[in-house]
Design a protein around this ligand. Structure first.
Ligand SMILES: [Zn+2]
Length: 76
């Protein structure tokens, strides 16, 4: 976190750490909205996709979901 200079100013560090992680587990993809997400297991993946469906359901849009399992890559 940064430093609070006064009530309206927050200064943050200029550097940003980027963490890259090998993709393993499951991903979901919605062909209608061209949106994707991931989860560690199929249940989590379905849950995350469910949130996407609920978000668009409000506008009456119907999603077109695809699930895919990915090989877990060995971490260095
Ligand atoms: Zn969708």
């Amino acid at each position: 976190m940064g430093k609070l200079q006064d009530n309206n100013t927050l200064t943050t560090k200029p550097s940003v750490d980027i963490v890259l992680r090998a993709i393993g587990g499951w991903t979901w993809y919605c062909g209608y909205h061209d949106t994707a997400g991931q989860g560690d297991d199929f249940e989590e993946c379905q849950f995350m996709a469910g949130a996407h469906i609920m978000y668009h359901e409000i506008d009456g849009e119907v999603c077109e979901l695809y699930y895919r399992e990915h090989e877990v890559k060995e971490e260095a």
